[in-house]
Design a protein. Structure first.
Ligand code: NAD
Ligand code: DAU
Length: 357
């Protein structure tokens, strides 16, 4: 049995693949374009595993996706591939429109063609799982109820608008063609292998590099943080038990203001790697200009996945953030290669004969 993962060299996709190979004996075909966010060094531990088949490819390439589906006949596609950083979508949205909307559409067309050509038995068991975000629901006021699956889509950034658009296409392929789809809408993830442009790894990196810790606006924006391996377990749960055509919200019940997250990070670093001059990392906190259109609050009501599918997160924010800070401190080579850009040469350095197909 084989699954096809797109965007598997990114933060969540890489964690998902490593977890999958640890927990199952199924093969994973990993199609990744290797944009700036794709980092094969994250997959070093499974790169020689024959069950991990890496293809350096673009989900916009219909011919390639068709041929991969024909060759590997996966029982499921899990679509992680995306442009994922809100700030980048504010500066230039073109790649977000291409990958997140046109790319998802292209992948849906290939999946439909493949599914239509499958046997009755294969058709029944096939799944297209689309990994989406809570940002599609827009922003909440402090006293609003958390997002549930019935909330209206009100995306505010070019990133969230492109994800909302892809979610609609996924839904349409189910309603129109009967393609067996599932959609997950998850809150903010954190954990190992996250690109240090995102809040948590950026703060850890800047703190120990002696740089400023930038807080956008007043720092009172609220996010609901989930440890990445809990997101991976939720995706596996939806893949195996989710009802066709349904959306599942995934969250950690860990709503926190950004400033509190940064204070927690500083306190953990003060304990694990105290500064030699005796001052706190909190002294490096700097309030900077706010993000344009900055969503004030996200919060997830995950009753549906908990009650209907029996999923619950394993980590609290306290346990997950401790593991995360420790991981970054112990994996400074990965961080250094990522921030310097040398991770992009990893494949050439480690596989002179070329390991990608
Ligand atoms: P990421 O930016 O770390 O990784 C994205 C991966 O997709 C990279 O490896 C990149 O090379 C690849 N990619 C980009 N364009 C591609 C294309 N055209 N073809 C093939 N591969 C391509 O992102 P992430 O944080 O791992 O997020 C993965 C998915 O989860 C995204 O769809 C994102 O919207 C969603 N999501 C993320 C979070 C979060 O907190 N990070 C939360 C909820 C949902
Ligand atoms: O909610 C899920 C989303 O979470 C995912 O869909 C996105 O792919 C993912 O990037 C993330 O989006 P955010 O914009 O919430 O994450 P980010 O880490 O960029 O920012 C988290 C919060 O911290 C946000 O309110 C902006 C703020 N921030 C961020 C950075 C990078 C700062 O205050 N300073 C910073 O330097």
């Amino acid at each position: 049995m084989t699954i096809l993962v797109t965007g598997g060299a990114g933060f969540i996709g890489a964690n998902y693949i490593m977890d999958w190979l640890r927990l199952t004996d199924e093969c994973v075909v990993n199609v990744d374009k290797l944009t700036y966010a794709g980092n094969l060094e994250s997959l070093e531990s499974v790169f020689d595993d024959p069950r991990h088949i890496f293809v350096n490819g673009d989900i916009l390439d219909a011919e390639l996706m068709d041929s991969i589906l024909q060759e590997h006949t996966p029982r499921a596609i899990i679509n992680f591939a995306a442009e994922s950083h809100v700030d980048r979508s504010i500066h230039a949205a073109g790649d977000f429109i291409q990958t997140n909307i046109v790319g998802t559409y292209t992948l849906l067309e290939s999946a439909l063609k493949f599914w239509n050509s499958s046997s009755v038995k294969e058709k029944e068991s096939f799944r297209f799982l689309h990994v989406s975000t809570d940002e599609v629901y827009g922003s909440l006021g402090r006293n609003d109820a958390p997002f549930s699956e019935t909330n209206q889509y009100k995306p505010n950034s070019p990133y969230s608008a492109s994800k909302a658009s892809s979610d609609h296409l996924v839904r349409a392929f189910y309603q129109t063609h009967g393609l067996p789809v599932l959609t997950t809408n998850c809150s903010n993830n954190y954990g190992p292998y996250q690109f240090p442009e995102k809040l948590i790894p950026l703060i850890i990196h800047n703190a120990i590099s002696g740089e400023q810790l930038p807080i956008y606006g007043d720092g009172k924006q609220i996010r609901d943080w989930l440890y990445v391996l809990d997101h991976c377990s939720a995706i596996r749960t939806v893949l195996s038990k989710g009802a066709l055509g349904e959306m599942y919200n995934i969250g950690g019940k860990n709503e926190m203001e950004n400033i509190s997250v940064v204070n927690v990070l500083c306190d953990i670093l003060d304990a694990l790697q105290p500064k030699t001059d005796g001052t706190s990392y909190r002294d490096q906190i700097t309030f900077v200009e706010d993000r344009l259109g900055h969503d004030r609050r996200y919060a997830i009501d995950s009753t549906k996945i908990e009650k209907e599918l029996g999923w619950n997160p394993s980590e609290t924010f306290e346990s997950g953030i401790q593991l995360t800070v420790q991981w970054y401190l112990e994996n400074q080579t990965w961080v250094e290669h990522t921030t310097s850009g040398s991770y992009r040469n990893w494949i050439k350095k480690n596989y002179s004969t070329g390991a990608t197909t």
